[in-house]
Design a protein around this ligand. Structure first.
Ligand code: UD1
Length: 375
């Protein structure tokens, strides 16, 4: 029996982990024992516990309570706490997801303790090192023994950095690298069966745009933040279209800090902008399934827009998901009002196809099988 220690801590990781936990429970329970550690990075109920309940995730065996809120402190505290757990649990491998500070802390703790590191969502690159996630993912990939890439582009990115599939025994010096599809596609398919439309009725949402924003590059620059709010309100006014906005706590804090009273009131009480609490995963699927278009700076939401065949406007200067832009289903608009309007009109007028780019919805089973074979 393999003992795999799964480290999660931020909202998207709870969702990703549910695909693997489900696959272990259904098909690998005699081969893999999973010990779950919650790093404490996200802690509010609507950012954390709601996902455990809704996604039927096993309750974590270890939960950290973080004191620090900044990036360095957060990473250091998780690293320190995790080392204690690794020494106690002595797992055969540590499994991490994505590119958050939790991911990086896991990668460092595993390396320092000579525990094989498994990275799911490996190889993604924005080629923008001012993004904290870009550093987190590069360092994590270079510490990993077993890497799972969601796309061919990700596989190629690793190759360029010299991380190639080795035929030797799996280790950080001779890693095994697989393209396996996207476990978020597994999850979107699985949970769309459980979607209810209550959130739409409760918020009076019909013919609406779905908007999310939480990246520091947007929330932490006052002028850019104000500009995005203004251009969104004008777009909504022009097309008389509701903008549904489940708001991340980081964004809420930034709006309260950077907007003056009039600006805040104009945005929060705009007749078309519907500000909501952060949505659960199943509610988010409902919002994505029924919207007209998605406007977001989230990598996960970009992909989910594609899974549910919705055009997407990306509020960043680059994306890790080049495939959906190349497919014409998404466009990078950065914080430019001209690009936003142009691409909104373009997406409305053209016909878009959504071929399967993210696997067959069975990535989690593939990953578990490879873990059993390689670790
Ligand atoms: C983190 C990830 C990002 C991911 C996002 C998903 C890093 C570097 N970034 O960004 O890649 O897309 O999670 O949401 O790891 N806060 C609360 N309650 C919570 C969680 C956060 O109030 O439950 C507030 C805190 O003030 C915190 C701030 O939000 O300092 C930012 O949280 P943090 O986890 O540092 O980064 P995210 O922006 O959530």
């Amino acid at each position: 029996m393999l003992k795999i220690l799964t480290l999660i801590g931020a909202r998207p990781q709870f969702i990703k982990a549910s695909a693997i936990s489900r696959a272990i429970k259904n098909s690998f329970s005699d081969k893999i024992e999973e010990v779950i550690v919650h790093s404490g990075q996200h802690y509010d109920a609507n950012m954390s516990s709601v996902f455990f309940e809704e996604l039927a995730l096993p309750i974590p065996n270890h939960i950290f309570k973080l004191q620090a809120k900044g990036h360095s402190g957060q990473t250091a505290e998780i690293l320190n706490n995790l080392e204690e757990v690794l020494l106690k649990e002595k797992p055969n491998a540590l499994l991490v997801y994505g590119d958050t500070n939790t991911t990086l802390a896991g990668a460092l703790a595993a390396s320092k303790n000579h525990i094989p590191l498994i990275h799911i969502e490996a190889g993604l690159r924005s080629f923008n090192k001012t993004m904290p996630e870009e550093i987190n993912r590069i360092l994590t990939d270079h510490c990993s023994s077993l890497l799972f890439c969601p796309t061919k582009t990700a596989l190629h990115n690793l190759k360029v950095e010299g991380i190639c599939h080795s035929t030797n025994q799996c280790s950080a010096d001779s890693p095994k690298v697989y393209a396996c599809g996207d476990i978020m596609y597994d999850n979107s398919l699985y949970f769309s069966k459980y979607v209810k439309e209550d959130i739409l009725k409760k918020n009076g949402l019909e013919n609406y745009l779905l908007f999310t924003m939480h990246r520091p590059s947007n929330t932490d620059k006052p002028e850019r933040l104000k500009n995005i709010c203004r251009m969104l309100m004008r777009l909504a006014d022009k097309h008389q279209q509701i903008v549904a906005f489940p708001m991340h706590p980081r964004t809420k804090k930034s709006l309260l800090t950077h907007l003056n009273v009039e600006e805040l009131d104009a945005f929060m009480h705009h007749r078309f902008v519907k500000v909501m609490e952060p949505a659960s995963f199943v509610d988010m699927i409902a919002l994505e399934k029924h919207c007209q278009m998605v406007i977001t700076d989230s990598g996960g939401v970009q992909k989910e827009a594609y899974f549910f065949e919705k055009p997407c406007l990306i509020l960043r200067s680059e994306t890790e998901w080049l495939e959906i832009v190349a497919q014409g289903a998404a466009a990078i608009v950065d914080a430019s009002e001209d690009k936003l309007n142009l691409n909104y009109d373009l997406m409305k007028s053209k016909s878009i196809t959504f071929p399967k780019l993210f696997g067959d919805g069975k990535s989690a089973e593939f990953i578990c099988q490879k873990i059993v074979e390689e670790i």
